[in-house]
Design a protein around this ligand. Structure first.
Ligand code: GLN
Length: 491
């Protein structure tokens, strides 16, 4: 008898792992089923940019063989999709940009390497906002990604291809990156789980840089248990990333059993002010009540400088991006303009033709705030405010174990609705950006629906407390079934 009576594509990694161990199906069968599903259903979503069918089937066959000989890794034969920001050896890594449309990396990112070493099977690479700059997946060179809950709406960004893929049951788990909310926001908008760990917890080696002091890799999944399983396999020290932290990785799955009794949950009053959609607020308040009913204590807390987080981020992130993206010069790799007249013409036209509008806006803003006359007024000031925001969190975490609130101000918005006004788009990340500025681990967990669209509960924890953070999310999922809901068309 099969371990689970759910269709194979609807099973979590933990369930699939049991099915593989019990011999209900092989990894080759599982891989084939999901590859076929992507082929059949992604036309309407545009979530997957590259399907690596041959590589996936070979990896699945190797995992089946490893299992048969008794030396299978912890993720042996389990399927995963990678955001197209992670370098994959021999497989195009576009970062959602025309600039890297022809880029085939000669090496794997550490995240990709570690998950492969654990036995995971990469099915392909997911669509994303260009260079991870965006909140809606509308800045991708390869076109918008559609939200499986409503094809006219955004799946969030920048990891929108990953969130849409997990929500549509193309894979139980996909990787993402989060500089200001790009894992948690798309998770909230698609009814999936998204975790961004502590800055330095996961190696950034081979992850194409946007804003290096903020970028962090993480996981989008359907259950917190799966997120814990995969995060455990990708985290840990890497000498190839100078900001990677040399601390042992705890057993995140074991920590999930920690009960909510006595857990102090901080509620930031400003999070429920004007600007929060009413239906979203109701669902989040109900989720807080659930945590309380299971033994948590709710405590009002204050983050006085939080309203400065979006303006601070939009100085720091563009500054770092203007520096990081200077490497795309048409000479070493990526797109190159045709028939340049001279070197300057090569640089100008390569970058003019290779980058999209949002990336150019960030490079211009960043170059401006770093320029000699404005550095002190903008960049230096933003770094000072960043410290104040980090201090606010540090003070709050003296009194509480986690902070909870909404992940996004509204459910999924219509594609095109915010594209004419960059500032409105930037405000989507109002609840998530603080965790990046302070380097804290944070997560979004599905907590209900507003007007038939998913809503996310946002949880933030102190540095390196991702185990405790995921325990709260897991305990919540033991009590609720929002994370098992699937849009009608993808059941
Ligand atoms: N939406 C934010 C931005 O556009 C965050 C993106 C991200 O986290 N990569 O910069």
């Amino acid at each position: 008898m099969s371990i689970s009576d759910k269709p194979i594509y609807d099973q979590t990694m933990a369930e699939l792992s049991k099915g593989l161990a019990a011999g209900d199906f092989s990894s080759v069968e599982l891989t084939m089923a999901l590859l076929d599903r992507i082929e059949e259903k992604d036309g309407a979503l545009n979530a997957v940019l590259t399907v690596t069918r041959d590589e996936a089937l070979a990896a699945a066959a190797a995992a089946d063989a490893a299992r048969a000989s008794g030396d299978a890794g912890p993720l042996a034969g389990l399927p995963i999709l990678h955001k197209d920001i992670f370098c994959t050896r021999g497989v195009r890594t576009s970062c959602g940009s025309k600039m890297l449309d022809n880029f085939i990396p000669p090496y794997d990112a550490t995240v990709v390497e570690r998950l492969a070493a654990a036995g995971a099977v990469m099915l392909g690479k997911t669509n994303m906002d260009e260079f991870a700059m965006g909140s809606s997946n509308e800045t991708s060179f390869y076109g918008d990604v559609m939200n499986p809950w409503d094809l006219e709406r955004s799946p969030g960004g920048s990891s929108g291809g990953s969130s849409a893929s997990v929500a549509a049951r193309f894979a139980p788990v996909a990787t993402g990156t989060d500089t200001g909310g790009s894992i948690r926001q798309p998770a909230a908008l698609t009814g999936t789980v998204g975790i961004k760990p502590t800055y330095g917890r996961v190696s950034r080696y081979g992850m194409i840089a946007f804003a290096s002091s903020l970028d962090q890799a993480g996981v989008i999944a359907r259950s917190v248990e799966d997120a814990a399983l995969v995060l455990g396999a990708m985290a840990g020290f890497d000498e190839r990333d100078s900001t990677s932290i040399d601390q042992p990785v705890p057993d995140y799955v074991a920590e999930l059993d920690t009960p909510l009794d006595g857990v102090r949950v901080g509620i930031v009053r400003q999070h429920f002010d004007a600007g929060l959609d009413a239906g979203t607020g109701d669902q989040v308040r109900a989720a807080l009540k659930t945590l309380e009913d299971r033994g948590a204590t709710l405590v009002d807390v204050d983050l006085p400088n939080l309203d400065q987080s979006v303006p601070t981020y939009y100085v720091v992130a563009p500054a770092e991006c203007s520096s990081n993206l200077s490497r795309f010069d048409g000479i070493r790799f990526g797109y190159r303009a045709e028939n340049p007249e001279d070197l300057l013409d090569l640089y100008c036209r390569t970058r003019g033709e290779g980058f999209g509008a949002e990336v150019k806006r960030r490079i211009l803003t960043g170059t401006y705030v770093l320029s000699a006359g404005y550095y002190d007024a903008y960049y230096l000031k933003a770094q000072q405010v960043r410290q104040l925001i980090a201090d606010d969190f540090r003070k709050v975490f003296a009194d509480v174990d986690v902070i909870a609130g909404p992940t996004a101000p509204t459910p999924a918005f219509k594609l095109g609705e915010k594209t004419d006004d960059p500032v409105t788009m930037y405000l989507n990340d109002i609840y998530t950006i603080g965790a990046n500025l302070a380097g804290l681990p944070a997560m979004s967990v599905p907590c209900g629906f507003a007007e038939d669209l998913p809503v996310g509960l946002h949880l933030v924890a102190p540095h390196f407390a991702e185990g405790a953070l995921m325990a709260v999310g897991h305990q919540y999922q033991l009590e609720t079934d929002w994370h098992t809901r699937c849009s009608e068309d993808y059941r």
